[in-house]
Design a protein around this ligand. Structure first.
Ligand code: ATP
Ligand code: SF4
Ligand code: MG
Length: 326
């Protein structure tokens, strides 16, 4: 099942939606966690995904991983529909995931070796082949053989996260989804883990979807950056487009809290966010950022903004993208 439109990118979504059903006063309602997201992730790149808590990042990631079924539309990986049963086995080994809390993803009653061996057995590896691959992968990510015989509670947070990464890359996935992979780690371990992830990406030619609240980390890690708000993509572009020349008021406010790196950014004004994200339950009219946007005009609360191209490959969902002076 090859969709020609979908095959140019490693990951492709078009008008993807996830609405979680809610029961309120006997009436059904929905949380529009991901609402009409069209996105490409290209082979070999790191796409950073940022946005406030509740903006839909994890929901989007779980749909891409095949862990959550979309309410509408689907996801294509290498042109193949993730939700087509015929592709399930092949696609399962082409994606891997690392989440924030390594302890919760490891079985406390299994040794590290067993935790690494199990997914290989499920995929038909012999004991001998599994052992070879586990040793090879452990070496790549600096897990000494003595650690393999231990149990998760005997490892530090950084070591546990390294084991989660090892498990995610065992089957040599083409796409690795990293959802806040270093947020639970000490700062020094964080930096080391990020560098290891960059080295691994090169060595194994992987594509990353990197999700984090930490805007300095996403800047360090990403080729392109996608900014989400209220279940929608607000702005997407190359790293420099976003950090130096963002055109969406939400991105500008988000970045106002980050220390400047480039001389051009030092004199930039700041505009910190205030207020909360609007409820994602029920019909939402107009621009989702309108209630917090200092540039809001009549049209903003009436009409939902389309994606506008500010520069090549740089898009923003704002009626006035490219016309506003920050
Ligand atoms: N299983 C669920 N049932 C109902 N609502 C859900 C469910 N999972 C997520 N949501 C809601 O969907 C919205 C998006 O949540 P999601 O976890 O994707 O956000 P996020 O951007 O990953 O946030 P965070 O930065 O805190 O991890 C939130 O309003 C959340 O409450
Ligand atoms: S569309 Fe209007 S409310 Fe929305 S970000 Fe642009 S200026 Fe602000
Ligand atoms: Mg999340």
């Amino acid at each position: 099942m090859q969709d020609s439109k979908a095959s140019a990118a490693l990951v492709h979504t078009e008008h993807l939606k996830k609405y979680f059903p809610l029961r309120r006063n006997k009436e059904s309602a929905f949380v529009r966690a991901v609402d009409d997201v069209s996105l490409d992730i290209y082979q070999g790149e790191t796409l950073g995904l940022v946005g406030e808590s509740g903006s839909g990042k994890t929901t989007l990631a779980k749909m891409i991983l095949g862990l959550l079924q979309p309410t509408e539309s689907t996801i294509y990986i290498s042109g193949r529909d993730v939700w087509d049963k015929r592709n399930k086995k092949e696609l399962r080994s082409s994606v891997g995931a690392v989440f924030q809390d390594p302890a919760s993803s490891l079985n406390p009653r299994s040794s590290i070796y067993r935790s690494l061996e199990r997914p290989l057995q499920v995929n038909g590896y012999s004991k001998e082949d599994a052992r070879r691959l586990i040793y090879e992968t452990a070496e790549k990510i600096n897990i000494g053989r003595e650690l393999l015989t231990r149990f998760p509670h005997e490892l530090s947070g950084g070591q546990q996260q390294r084991v989660s990464i090892a498990r995610a890359i065992l089957l040599k996935p083409r796409l690795l989804v990293l959802d806040e992979p270093t947020s639970a780690l000490d700062v020094s371990v964080q930096a080391q883990t990020l560098n290891e992830l960059l080295n691994l990406q090169q060595e194994l030619d992987m594509t990353y979807l990197f999700i984090t609240h930490n805007l300095s980390v996403v800047r360090y890690m990403s080729d392109r950056i996608c900014v989400m708000y209220g279940g929608k993509v607000m702005e997407i572009g190359k790293n420099a487009d976003i950090y130096r020349d963002c055109v969406h008021p939400y991105t500008f406010s988000l970045l106002s809290s980050v220390p400047p790196l480039h001389p051009r950014e030092r004199n930039r004004k700041k505009h910190l966010l205030s207020g909360d994200m609007p409820s994602l339950v029920g019909e939402i009219q107009g621009c989702r950022f309108a209630s917090r946007c200092r540039f809001c005009r009549d049209i903003c609360s009436q009409q939902e903004p389309e994606m506008r191209e500010a520069a090549e490959g740089h898009f923003a969902a704002c009626h006035f993208a490219g016309e506003l002076e920050f």
